[in-house]
Design a protein around this ligand. Structure first.
Ligand SMILES: Nc1ncnc2c1ncn2[C@@H]1O[C@H](COP(=O)(O)OP(=O)(O)OP(=O)(O)O)[C@@H](O)[C@H]1O
Length: 245
């Protein structure tokens, strides 16, 4: 077994995954650097969700290696992998899955409370993130009555509040109107940068990938291209993120 480079928080080699015999990943290798925002691009069905699911330990790859902070995840027992996922990784789905019986702040605080943070401390952290995502005034409401964009912001606040080492965002703005997308994405990437959170962001949209440091393109379950964002575009993207998150 070859150990991964030291500055890669996640490192995968030769990942293969089939859904019921149908190949979704066919030999994907990649590294994700600490604090990096990596976009995983590709058309529908190219394997983006499957890749994020394998990297996050949600789906065990059928072959290949995944290392997190230089520790092999692919040989971990399921219980240990589950604990790692809960404690170190965050996940944002294309559509928000919130608990309808809980208020907005309780939803955002849930991962913290499940991890043992006291209710008051969890509420303070959750409310700070809701404020940063411009939905602080919804904190006491139930998610049911909120527009889709607000509910997705709650899901993003919930993911960030837990301060994950790596945040996996699977087309996080797919369900939003175009006007909301740029703002929500900028907030997400700016917050991640300022808090040192590594992000693996699946997207079909080229303009979303421009907010990342680097993009990896998938096609039919294989990496076909890696693009480092040119410094000019990078500084432009970062300069545009003037939010105080
Ligand atoms: N649960 C499943 N059962 C069977 N096949 C699946 C399943 N999930 C994904 N696939 C297939 O695996 C391949 C990769 O799918 P995946 O969802 O990872 O791609 P994607 O790039 O994320 O696409 P999308 O943008 O549509 O979510 C596709 O051919 C898809 O049809």
């Amino acid at each position: 077994m070859v150990a991964p480079p030291d500055n890669d928080v996640l490192w995968a080699r030769a990942l293969h995954f089939q859904h019921n015999g149908s190949p979704a990943l066919t030999g994907v290798s990649l590294g994700v650097r600490d604090g990096e925002i990596l976009a995983v691009t590709g058309p529908r069905g190219s394997g983006k969700t499957t890749l994020l699911s394998c990297l996050s330990g949600l789906l065990p790859a059928q072959s290949g290696e995944i290392w997190f902070n230089s520790k092999p995840m692919h040989t971990m027992r399921p219980m240990r992998r589950e604990r790692l996922r809960r404690e170190r990784f965050g996940w944002i789905d294309p559509v928000p899955h919130l608990v309808p019986e809980l208020t907005v702040w309780e939803n955002a605080a849930l991962p913290l409370m499940l991890r043992g943070t006291g209710r008051r401390a969890a509420r303070t952290i959750a409310r700070e993130w809701l404020e940063r995502l411009d939905i602080g005034d919804c904190a006491r409401k139930r998610p049911r009555g909120l527009p889709a964009a607000a509910r997705q912001r709650v899901a993003i606040a919930r993911a960030l509040a837990a301060a994950p080492t790596v945040l996996f965002a699977d087309e996080p703005t797919a369900s939003l109107h175009r006007a909301d997308r740029a703002h929500v994405l900028r907030t997400l990437t700016t917050a991640a940068r300022s808090h040192g959170i590594t992000v693996v962001l699946a997207t079909t949209e080229p303009e979303t990938a421009t907010l990342a440091d680097r993009s990896v393109a998938l096609l039919d379950g294989r990496c076909v291209q890696t693009v480092h964002l040119p410094p000019a575009a990078e500084s432009e993207g970062r300069a545009a993120c003037s939010l105080s998150v």
